[in-house]
Ligand binder design. Structure first.
Ligand SMILES: [Zn+2]
Length: 261
């Protein structure tokens, strides 16, 4: 069992739970002798200060999206469980919390993100919620609602090996530039991703940055051509794919989720 999964299971067993929704996250954290405060902090979304057996988590009071607070709290709990003996303070922002998929990402931060994802969406329960459902944006919404996480957190969990049940490709863009991509192991196509360039024309991501808002409701899923995001082989006939964009205007950040029709 991985270090992260054992750490999550240990907290569950310490609290006598088998599902993170059986107890409020704050109660779980406080049972570890950690105080939670909310304050305005400059340049960070959350922070933890730890000793060997206690800690103080400070959440930035300007964050008002409950799933985001949950993810930050779980990430800080991960630092407490995994890292308190190696470093007494961690300060987290969008970069440490949401971009683990980048090459050369700080491994300690990646571990705290993996802890948070596993803690909030245990793999066995996550897998059970995906099972038998045809993949589309409703599945992402269902997972986000079930586990009280953001749609971004749900789709990132879906991409990891053995978690989801459908080939999916995800691209993250910020400030109209491609930042990283991630795909399920069974995704077969070679993408036109190039770090630092704007998303290719024809993609929904490109359009969303131009308009400044995303599609929603019945239009949330947009048809695109395979060639908009992926290379075609010689004489290959283009085909329809779907693209679903999660756009976060406050960070000028988007995740495009792409799958075959
Ligand atoms: Zn961190």
């Amino acid at each position: 069992m991985s270090k992260v999964i054992s750490a999550v299971k240990k907290v569950y067993s310490d609290c006598g739970i088998s599902n993170p929704l059986q107890l409020p996250l704050e109660v779980i954290i406080e049972s570890k002798n950690i105080i939670i405060k909310e304050e305005r902090i400059d340049g960070a979304d959350g922070r933890i200060l730890m000793t060997k057996n206690s800690g103080v988590i400070t959440l930035n009071a300007s964050i008002d999206f409950p799933p985001r607070k949950r993810f930050i709290l779980a990430h800080e709990l991960g630092h407490f469980e995994l890292h308190r003996l190696i470093q007494p303070v961690f300060s987290d922002n969008d970069e440490t919390l949401n971009h683990s998929q980048q090459p050369n990402f700080n491994p300690v931060e990646a571990e705290a993100n993996d802890f948070a994802a596993e803690f909030l969406m245990p793999t066995d329960l996550f897998h059970a919620e995906c099972k038998g459902k045809k993949f589309d944006h409703n599945v992402i919404e269902h997972l986000a609602n079930t586990f009280q996480v953001s749609k971004t957190a749900a789709i990132l969990k879906f991409l990891k090996k053995d978690n989801g049940n459908h080939p999916v490709f995800v691209v993250c863009c910020q400030d109209n530039k491609m930042k990283w991509f991630k795909k399920t192991e069974d995704w077969l196509y070679f993408s036109r991703f190039q770090k630092g360039l704007p998303p290719p024309s024809g993609t929904v991501a490109n359009e969303v940055f131009k308009k400044g808002f995303s599609y929603y409701a019945s239009e949330a899923i947009q048809p695109i051509w395979k060639s908009d995001w992926f290379e075609l082989k010689e004489r290959e006939i283009d085909k329809e794919f779907f693209e679903y964009c999660l756009f976060v205007p406050s960070f000028n950040y988007l995740l495009s989720v792409i799958w075959e029709k």
